[in-house]
Write a new protein. Structure first.
Length: 339
């Protein structure tokens, strides 16, 4: 790079729930995709983990914003400020000046041209000189270690915060794919509404997120069920404190209606696969990546429905980010994958 190098390379997984930035092969930033803004001045006061701690606990002057919804930018200004703030957290070595940035950012495979343009503009306003896009399923496949250029079929399911991406990859391209807006955020909402309807207790988004991480399950009969989760919230009937003890079986029931939509997306892609590639997928199995892959028993549930082997990727939360890093490192070789 040299002392006066002015170009730094970043790979960014700009996620609905978390943003991960890789620089020189190392994860430099891994923080929630949230910003806190002062309502009176419009000034951004916190980003990432600091803003997450304020979520649901802000006063009249502050509000927290999640700039991305369903995998795409919902608030352009907040997204730009968040990207800028996340990049500032990286201490670039070997440079005396503000570097120009070469960035690869992953986007949902169902993104429209307008949505792709919004991501590109936000990255450019935050300092990106060269900005490339890669589709999330392709990045996940690279992160899992699949040979995306091979003349054989590989199937990957990436369940993030805003979207679930189901894709079949062969010869460096996506053969068929489905992108649905049912993922981690919807699972969190399902838990909130279940507890409200079944137990008449109100809980916040952060508490529902904790319940999902502790008890999230896709099937009722887990081999090693986690311990029950105790939660306290105001009763809808009396506004007095109510304490509940929740089990993974209850949460599996709460998530069922959304998991059925994930099942349907997988089946839809399986229907579209050409026969030659279908036999490859039966032989190679299907990989699960993204935070949603950590829902207990999801691989078993899908395996029982399809009779195809499903396996959770090693470190599924970072698979997309690592794949984006691989694409950045081999940008000339994988130029055909970039948008």
């Amino acid at each position: 790079m040299g002392l006066f190098s002015l170009t730094q390379e970043l790979a960014m997984d700009l996620g609905t729930a978390n943003t991960i930035i890789i620089h020189n092969g190392k994860i430099m930033v891994d923080e929630p995709s949230i910003v806190a803004v002062d309502q009176h001045t419009g000034k951004f006061v916190a980003i990432g983990e600091q803003a997450r701690q304020m979520q649901g606990k802000t006063n009249q002057n502050l509000r927290t914003i999640r700039p991305l919804r369903d995998g795409v930018i919902a608030d352009f200004t907040a997204a730009e400020q968040m990207i800028r703030g996340m990049i500032k957290k990286i201490k670039f070595s070997n440079t005396l000046f503000t570097p120009s940035l070469k960035m690869v950012i992953c986007i949902p495979s169902g993104s429209t041209n307008v949505e792709i343009r919004a991501v590109r503009d936000s990255a450019e306003h935050a300092g990106g000189r060269e900005v490339y896009m890669i589709y999330e399923p392709m990045a996940a496949a690279l992160g899992v270690g699949l040979d995306v250029e091979a003349p054989e079929g590989n199937m990957i399911i990436d369940i993030g915060g805003g979207t679930t991406e189901v894709a079949v990859i062969s010869l460096g391209g996506i053969v068929c794919s489905q992108s649905i807006n049912v993922a981690g955020d919807v699972f969190t909402e399902d838990i909130q509404s279940y507890i409200r309807q079944q137990h008449n207790v109100r809980i916040g988004e952060r508490t529902a997120e904790e319940i999902k991480k502790s008890l999230g399950a896709a099937i009722q009969d887990l081999e090693n069920p986690p311990e029950d989760f105790v939660v306290t919230g105001p009763s809808l009937m009396t506004s007095l404190p109510a304490t509940l003890r929740l089990s993974s079986q209850e949460i599996a029931y709460a998530l069922e209606k959304s998991l059925v939509k994930v099942d349907a997306a997988v089946m839809k892609v399986l229907e579209q696969i050409p026969p030659e590639l279908y036999s490859d997928i039966v032989k190679n199995g299907v990989y699960l990546a993204g935070g949603g892959a950590l829902i207990r028993g999801l691989d078993k549930r899908l395996q029982e429905k399809t009779n195809i082997k499903f396996q959770v990727a090693e470190d599924p939360l970072l698979a997309v980010a690592r794949g984006t890093g691989v694409a950045l490192k081999n940008i000339n070789r994988f130029s055909f994958l970039m948008k």
